[in-house]
Design a protein around this ligand. Structure first.
Ligand code: NAG
Ligand code: NAG
Length: 311
């Protein structure tokens, strides 16, 4: 596998290359610990996982895997590496034990899930109205886990804003084969139309920002590979099916949610119930994240490398 170089040690005075107003910062600080993951300390609610401690499913990889370069100071600004460490990359895994048991209802035996949910002061509910009003940019960067990669015969949902009806204001999807674009990172609108896709490549960060206009019900996607600054890759697209008002407000999730394959041994009437039925091989698989944050757009959209765009 191609290894990304480790980060340089933090130097005093190293700054984030972000100019906009961050309203929730999900970039794991260098001193954030596995114990904090286990107790759902801010900025992450870590309850969506299997029966084991959260830190067994999400690894804080410190300086070992350099986070996306676009928010970091770098030795040579024209090159992605080396960069000065400022955040920890998060390596999110699922295994066969990753069966989520919701507070009420049956364990979700059809899915395997490990997700981190944005929260503030220990409350995702408190953050929800703040991130679900006006216009907000949801930033995230994804890197392939090549030792334990995703198995693209399955469908994966890896980033989404989820209102209480279980729909997704927007979602990020990978798989499933034999679809020609199974190996693409796809951005889906609320009605599950693919509004942007880009191949998921090895050894490169894939940087995204999705602007949600909650008043006008629109989406716009920005993308860049590695150290390049974000660029718009879609026009502003209508997203009219999101429920209006509080019913459309959602929690911001990122991680790995793996859907099952249909099990021909299941009775036909339950085969659509992918939450509880279907085939899961129980393999260990992962995905890496960094640069996850939510930005208000009053000061513009941060594009990386200290650039901003008035949007
Ligand atoms: C979080 O807690 C701090 C300190 O207790 C308080 O000042 C702040 O208003 C709280 N924020 C929210 C969104 O509840
Ligand atoms: C995965 O877990 C389920 C129970 O949740 C079990 O029935 C199955 O045998 C396990 N599969 C593997 C490969 O361990």
């Amino acid at each position: 596998m191609v290894r990304l170089p480790a980060a340089l040690p933090l130097i005093l005075g190293t700054v984030w290359l972000v100019q906009g107003a961050i309203i929730w910062d999900g970039r794991a600080p260098l001193d954030y610990t596995p114990l904090q993951l286990d107790v759902s300390a801010d900025p992450y609610l870590t309850v969506v996982k299997g029966s084991k401690a959260a830190s067994l499913y999400t690894h804080l990889v410190g300086k070992d895997v350099t986070a996306t370069p676009i928010w970091l100071e770098r030795l040579h600004p024209d090159h992605p590496w080396p960069a000065y460490a400022k955040e920890q990359t998060l390596r999110v895994f699922i295994g066969n034990s990753s069966v989520f048991k919701p507070g009420s209802g049956q364990p979700q035996t059809g899915f395997r899930r490990t997700e981190l949910i944005a929260q503030r002061n220990g409350s995702a509910a408190a953050l929800k109205p703040i991130i679900s009003s006006g216009r907000k940019a949801f930033h995230f960067s994804m890197l392939m886990e090549t030792i334990k990669p995703l198995d693209l015969i399955h469908e994966y949902q890896v980033v989404f804003i989820e209102p209480s009806d279980g729909s997704h204001v927007f979602g990020v999807q990978l798989g499933p084969l034999p679809a020609k674009d199974a190996g693409y990172i796809k951005i889906l609108d609320h009605s599950l139309n693919v509004i942007y896709k880009t191949p998921f490549r090895d050894a490169a960060w894939h940087n995204f920002a999705v602007i949600v206009d909650w008043d006008k019900s629109t989406l716009q996607v920005f993308f860049s590979p590695n150290e390049r600054s974000l660029k718009p890759v879609t026009p502003v697209k209508p997203n009219p099916t999101v429920p209006k008002g509080e019913a459309g407000h959602g929690d911001f999730h990122f991680g790995v949610l793996k859907l099952p394959l249909v099990d021909p041994r299941d009775p036909p009437e339950v085969r659509d119930d992918v939450v509880h039925y279907g085939i899961q091989e129980g393999t260990v698989e992962g995905l890496m994240y960094s640069g996850v944050f939510i930005e208000d757009l009053e000061d513009g959209l941060s594009l990386g490398n200290t650039k901003t765009l008035a949007v």
